[in-house]
Write a protein that binds this ligand. Structure first.
Ligand code: AMP
Length: 293
């Protein structure tokens, strides 16, 4: 595995790879790699000739009072894990490399962001699409891999790729969980043992909501209330939202219809956690999102 730290050298490298007609898969991350990240890398490894992953904690997608400084980092361990997952090129730029000066162009997402994390974290997805636009240009991928744990991010990247005609296919892959159901996240290290146990109730509560749909419930308000009360009764977390929306459009629904997302975000003392389930109107789970080739 080669480690590259400059934009210029990765650009040169990927141009050469494309000339050889080799297919590039790309997995962007913020590092502190866990099984969730590694599952994306392993899948991308299977589907591409060359696998590029990046580690960059993007300051642009963190709000003023968010955890940019406290975001966990461990480059040496990440290098080891990425190598084991079959990464060919690990891109680890620093902040000055990605943002040598003030940005003189700003990007703004105007759809699919007035709900869920977009509403709670103003500017977050503007920062996400800005860094991804840069990373897509530098890494020149054919396919890009994201986790459905961040389903709103997948919905936004879907728009980014289609609106700006990136010659790239988006693939959203299943959420990897701890044995107790808690979605793996770099931020889980900031939970106490008790919080970690309580946090399992986010997934358990979403499953209760899904079960209502399987049993024939169509009213989003009823389903959201069940999930909200369940999280509230079993944890000391502060609930940011519990939402049920169409997917990937992320529009409110009068009744459960088509493909829907049931999503929750909660604040524990030192970590904000998100999770979701995607299912159809019979409650059948959908694990993967794949843009058409
Ligand atoms: P992050 O480092 O948090 O920006 O995540 C990098 C990529 O890994 C994103 O596409 C995430 O959606 C994905 N990811 C994070 N956690 C998980 C998980 N538990 N299961 C699957 N993918 C994940």
């Amino acid at each position: 595995m080669e480690i590259i730290r400059t934009v210029q050298s990765l650009s040169n490298k990927t141009k050469g790879i494309s000339i050889q007609k080799k297919q590039i898969g790309f997995v962007p991350t913020m590092g502190f790699l866990h099984e969730g990240h590694l599952s994306l890398m392993k899948e991308a490894r299977k589907e591409n000739d060359v696998l590029i992953a990046s580690i960059f904690v993007n300051p642009l997608q963190f709000g003023e009072n968010e955890d940019f400084e406290q975001y966990p980092r461990n480059e040496k361990e990440d290098e080891k894990r990425a190598k084991e997952a079959g990464v060919d090129i690990l891109f680890i730029p620093d902040k000055a490399e990605m943002y040598p000066g003030e940005m003189q162009i700003s990007m703004h997402v105007t759809d699919r962001t007035d709900v869920l994390c977009g509403r709670s974290r103003p500017g977050h997805f503007d920062g996400v699409i800005t860094v991804l636009t840069k990373l897509f240009h530098i890494s020149n991928p054919d396919k890009v891999y994201f986790g459905m744990k961040d389903a709103q991010q997948v919905a936004v990247v879907d728009m980014l790729i289609r609106n700006l005609n990136f010659p790239v296919q988006l693939i959203g892959l299943p959420t990897i969980r701890e044995a107790n159901g808690l979605a793996k996240s770099s931020r889980n290290v900031n939970l106490t043992q008790t919080e970690r146990e309580e946090a399992a109730w986010i997934y358990a509560s979403l499953k209760k909501g899904q079960q209502l749909v399987i049993d024939g419930e169509k009213n989003p308000a009823m389903i959201k209330k069940e999930v909200f009360d369940s999280i509230n009764n079993h944890t000391n977390a502060v609930i940011d939202y519990v939402e049920l929306l169409s997917y990937p459009e992320l529009k409110p629904l009068k009744e459960v219809q088509g493909r829907v997302i049931l999503a929750a975000a909660v604040y524990f003392n030192k970590a904000r956690l998100i999770d979701n389930l995607l299912f159809d109107d019979n409650g059948k789970l959908i694990h993967v999102f794949r843009q058409e080739e």
